[in-house]
Design a protein around this ligand. Structure first.
Ligand code: PCA
Length: 212
């Protein structure tokens, strides 16, 4: 049976939980439309995350890769179109590091950017059909999610697996994340966790339909 590598992130910054971790934890081990879901959590630290990801790609040799993370402040689920070879952090990572104007990947052959190879429009259409508003985002930011998307696409291309659909899905805050915002800070839009998990599952169903 084909395998999907589905990643989420650990909590970071001031957020008490990461809704991406909760979504991928719920879907771990499930068979969705003939696709086996293999979930994993990534650390919010660029080098450790890239290292963990390369290990997961080598171990599982997945037929599709769906990377997920939290974009606190976005009101809807979003599919990232592009990952760029830049790190420029506005907040520290979980190791306390801030990278400024640094490359995400220092390989001499590393291109400036990679485009998502996920079926973006079919996933948007499936979300709409399922009653889930979502859209394409043209920037994954310059923090750890962008780094992970860049390294996944780079690793697949470098190992002759550029045909493996791979990309990034950002989810909004859930209630727990929104409730943790102090009263003197701007409020965060949020989606209930089951709806976030459902959006990830619908994206997995679209990938399953393509691979079976
Ligand atoms: N979101 C961050 C990193 C981890 C996460 O869940 C980002 O958007 O880069």
């Amino acid at each position: 049976m084909p395998t999907l590598l589905l990643t989420g992130f650990e909590p970071f910054h001031t957020h008490p939980v990461n809704p991406s971790a909760e979504a991928v934890g719920t879907l771990d081990g499930l068979e969705v439309g003939g696709l086996r879901v293999q979930s994993a959590l990534l650390p919010v630290e660029p080098h450790a995350a890239a290292h963990t990801l390369r290990g997961l790609l080598a171990t599982h040799q997945p037929d599709a890769v769906l990377l997920t993370g939290l974009a606190a402040g976005r009101p809807q689920v979003t599919l990232e179109r592009v990952a760029v070879n830049v790190m420029d952090f506005a907040i520290p990572d979980n190791a306390g590091q801030i990278y400024r104007d640094a490359p995400a990947c220092t390989d001499a052959s590393a291109p400036a950017a990679f485009l998502s190879t996920l079926p973006l429009r079919p996933i948007l259409a499936a979300w709409r059909e399922a009653g889930i508003p979502g859209h394409i985002s043209n920037t994954a930011g310059l923090y750890v999610c962008n780094v992970v998307m860049y390294h996944a696409l780079h690793a697949l291309a470098a190992s002759g697996r550029a045909g493996v659909p791979c990309g990034f899905l950002h989810v909004p805050a859930n209630a727990e994340v929104a409730l943790a915002v102090p009263e003197d800070r701007p409020a965060l839009p949020y989606l209930p966790q089951p709806e976030i998990t459902r959006a990830v599952r619908v994206a997995v169903e679209v990938l399953a339909g393509r691979l079976n």
